[in-house]
Design a protein. Structure first.
Length: 93
């Protein structure tokens, strides 16, 4: 994955936040926190993962796919990748 430094900072920051959220969830489970509180934390983690996924997807499309579409030999591959990404999006949403 190729990121400019500003995007990389955002991606790393979000990944670290998610890491902290997961640790907090584990601690909550160990401490037998109220189930609703755990479910709320779990939903926050899921939303954070979606946001991170969007950032990485945006980077991929705006750099790799854009570059591939400009070249005849890789244009079809770019379209195939976009279709696969859309299928993944449908599958996990």
């Amino acid at each position: 994955m190729v990121l400019d430094q500003e995007k990389k900072k955002k991606v790393v920051r979000r990944a670290r936040i998610i890491e902290g959220q997961i640790k907090a969830l584990g601690t909550g489970i160990d401490n037998e926190k109220y189930c609703v509180d755990l479910l709320i934390q779990l939903r926050a983690i899921q939303n954070s993962l979606k946001g991170l996924g969007r950032l990485i997807l945006q980077n991929h499309i705006s750099s790799h796919v854009k570059h591939m579409l400009k070249h005849e030999t890789t244009g079809e591959k770019a379209v195939d990748e976009l279709v696969k990404l859309l299928e993944l999006s449908d599958k996990y949403n």
